[in-house]
Design a protein around this ligand. Structure first.
Ligand SMILES: NC(=O)c1ccc[n+]([C@@H]2O[C@H](COP(=O)([O-])OP(=O)(O)OC[C@H]3O[C@@H](n4cnc5c(N)ncnc54)[C@H](O)[C@@H]3O)[C@@H](O)[C@H]2O)c1
Length: 546
């Protein structure tokens, strides 16, 4: 992500970030603002899951002994990740539904040395006896009344119909991102959650990543100064021949190492090809490679960009963008795909003085904007993925959801990449980055607190915490006895419908801007669940007739 940093500079940046987190938590300079949530975090920081629960405000004791009975719909790649990451003390899977025989099998077996652990590694070798397999989710909803919640990891076009069916059947829903294929569907999902009094969570996992939470705290402290630019990207190189090479039988094109065009297993073809249209797909390609087609997917902005624009919106104080322009094209692949393989998008976000009132209605300084650029490409992975937040006093880089690095801007043309910094109180108590960090004393102490707060080992990307909090919200909701209490106890997941709808609006409007080659201004009513206004009124799902 940070192209020309040496490994030493990366280490310094990481230590800077840890010291900043530690200082803000009260581990370093006593004059720096202490934050209540951080105090809670640090006191509970011995083990990462405990720290995450403390940070995100949920308690194991509230669900202990009564994990939420759950079903998974869509047991593919991401379903496998969610199964591998879930904590069975919170969410106990009792059923799954998938139409592909190979994935029905893999979800139990998992993959060696992979985050997709499989049910057997979590529930024991007899997992098949405990978890019922369906190939029709409506039948599952009908037969298994004991299921309390459903986790949906289906192709994009099925998110809304499946989530709505599940909520109407009385289930709480955690649905993968992008929330839905169009914005009207997002609004229907929110309305259904309200009508059925079900909890609806959407799987933008960065809302449950401690790394991003800490990054936000560093940003909120103001140490980066005036932020004017965020550069976000997700770059891959899919130009290499796939393992085994060969040509795709359908297109005759060489098979490339493109995860969006996986091979179609003979076993799945044999089992499903004759009834593929009854199952709602045009052909086997559309089922297995749904990301490539407009009817079933939403392209790079839906799949990758939505995560990172979600992060940018969080970093900028959960604000909505003002406008978007972009270029996207199918400029590399010569196959039958309909979605772009390269996208380059520019968003204008409001800066901190853009609005004159907290309700963000009155514009005070229309020139105070933050420019967010986003690119996602398929032909070069020199910088893989991450976000770089650039302020007048410092830079924060988040790399691959695993590492955050902090650098101070320094006057006189000296760049701060090689400088150890810490957070100290500036004039008026405002925290500032200070290059006076030493190897001992408060700075070292703050770094130690920062490291503890971050935990050791690989950083959790947030899937586990997202599912734990979902279960916690369900239990808290159920424990309320009267309607009044229910309202009082209604805990929203951090990425609830309205939050996730904003991410969908951002991604889908960027797609429109690229398609129509125009600058589109975002309208506030699009973000209102009760308003019928949407950016994409012409996007109507195409029915597949069997
Ligand atoms: N949060 C993240 O970081 C993240 C990462 C990857 C994918 N995702 C999201 O997860 C979702 C699934 O992605 P994936 O990579 O697992 O795709 P996938 O194709 O590997 O899995 C989809 C599964 O759904 C099954 N399926 C399709 N139609 C069905 C139906 N009618 N009934 C039952 N099962 C059906 C397929 O057989 C397949 O097993 C997508 O929305 C994607 O955007 C999220």
């Amino acid at each position: 992500m940070a192209i020309d940093l040496t490994s030493e500079q990366k280490d310094i940046g990481k230590a800077n970030f840890e010291r900043a987190v530690g200082s803000l938590a009260g581990g370093g300079d006593k004059a720096v603002t202490r934050r209540d949530f951080m105090k809670g975090l640090v006191s509970a920081a011995a083990v990462t899951p405990v720290a995450a629960a403390a940070y995100f405000g949920y308690e194991f004791s509230k669900v202990q002994g009564k994990p939420v009975k759950a079903a998974l719909i869509g047991a593919g790649d991401e379903g496998g990740v969610l199964v591998g990451e879930h904590n069975p003390n919170y969410l106990e899977f009792v059923a799954i539904c998938d139409i592909r025989p190979t994935n029905q099998k893999r979800i139990f077996e998992g993959q060696p040395n992979h985050i997709r652990k499989g049910f057997r590694r979590i529930y024991g070798e007899d997992a098949e006896k405990k978890i019922q397999v369906f190939d029709d989710y409506k039948k599952m909803l009908d037969e298994r009344k004991d299921i309390e919640a459903v986790v949906i990891a289906l192709p994009l076009h099925l998110h809304a119909p499946a989530a709505i069916d599940c909520m109407k059947a009385g289930k709480h829903v955690l649905c993968e991102k992008l929330m839905a294929w169009n914005v009207t569907q997002c609004k229907d999902m929110i309305q259904t959650a309200e009508d059925t009094d079900r909890i609806l969570a959407i799987g933008h996992q960065r809302h449950y990543s401690l790394l991003y939470a800490h990054g936000l705290e560093v940003l909120k402290s103001g140490v980066l100064g005036d932020i004017k630019h965020i550069r976000a990207l997700w770059h891959r190189n899919n130009s290499w021949p796939a393992d085994g090479g060969g040509k795709d039988p359908q297109t005759g094109q060489p098979m490339l190492r493109d995860s969006w065009r996986p091979p179609i297993a003979d076993k799945d073809r044999a089992a499903l090809e004759s009834r593929i249209r009854q199952l709602g797909y045009k052909n086997m390609e559309e089922l297995v490679r749904w990301r490539l087609y407009n009817r079933t997917g939403g392209g790079l902005m839906a799949e990758l960009g939505s995560h990172q624009l979600d992060a940018c919106s969080i970093f900028l104080g959960k604000v909505h963008p003002l406008a978007v322009t972009g270029y996207g094209g199918k400029i590399f692949y010569h196959d039958d795909r309909e979605v772009e393989d390269h996208v380059f998008v520019t968003f204008e976000f409001p800066g901190k003085n853009y609005y004159g009132d907290p309700g963000r209605k009155e514009i005070k300084d229309k020139n105070d904007v933050v420019i967010v650029t986003y690119s996602s490409i398929n032909t070069n992975s020199f910088e893989p993925y991450g976000e770089c937040v650039m302020g007048t006093r410092g830079t924060l880089v988040v790399e691959e959801e695993q590492k955050a690095m902090l650098y101070q801007e320094r006057g006189g043309g000296v760049v701060g990449r090689s400088t150890a910094v810490t957070v100290t109180a500036g004039g008026g108590g405002q925290p500032v980055l200070d290059a006076s960090a030493t190897s001992g004393g408060p700075a070292r102490q703050a770094q130690a607190v920062g490291q503890t707060a971050m935990g050791s080992g690989p950083v959790s990307r947030g899937y586990r915490e997202e599912m734990e909090h979902f279960a916690y919200c369900i239990r808290m909701h159920q424990q309320a006895e009267s309607p009044d209490e229910k309202t009082r106890w209604r805990l929203e997941p951090r990425c609830h419908g309205k939050v996730a709808m904003a991410d969908a609006i951002i991604a889908l409007t960027a797609n429109l801007a690229m398609k129509n080659h125009e600058r589109i201004e975002f309208k506030s009513e699009w973000f209102e669940p009760k308003s019928n206004a949407v950016p994409d009124p012409k996007m109507i799902p195409e029915e597949v007739k069997a």
